[in-house]
Design a protein around this ligand. Structure first.
Ligand SMILES: [Zn+2]
Ligand SMILES: [Zn+2]
Length: 84
């Protein structure tokens, strides 16, 4: 089961299936949310199907800025504060 840390959306998929569907399992460098991939890949080896994989759905990981949806929102807010 893949669970998005940003929107709470979940998909009843295996890890590999979820990743091929655009999910990202990584630790966000800004807010430290998420699970480092080396830990996630240990789940893969054990192949525990009932496990929850906390990550980011395809809408909430931004490859261009390298941050998750939370940080993206935060950045947008910060920019909004500067503008009078
Ligand atoms: Zn999401
Ligand atoms: Zn983040």
């Amino acid at each position: 089961m893949a669970v998005c840390l940003v929107c709470g959306k979940f998909e009843d998929k295996g890890l590999q299936e979820a990743m091929s569907g655009g999910w990202v399992f990584i630790r966000c460098p800004e807010c430290q949310r998420g699970t480092p991939f080396d830990i996630i890949s240990m789940y893969l080896v054990k192949a525990t199907p009932e496990k929850y994989f906390e990550g980011f759905c395809s809408k909430h990981w931004f490859k261009d800025s390298g941050v998750c949806g939370y940080c993206k929102m935060k950045r947008r807010e910060t920019v909004g504060d500067i503008v009078p």
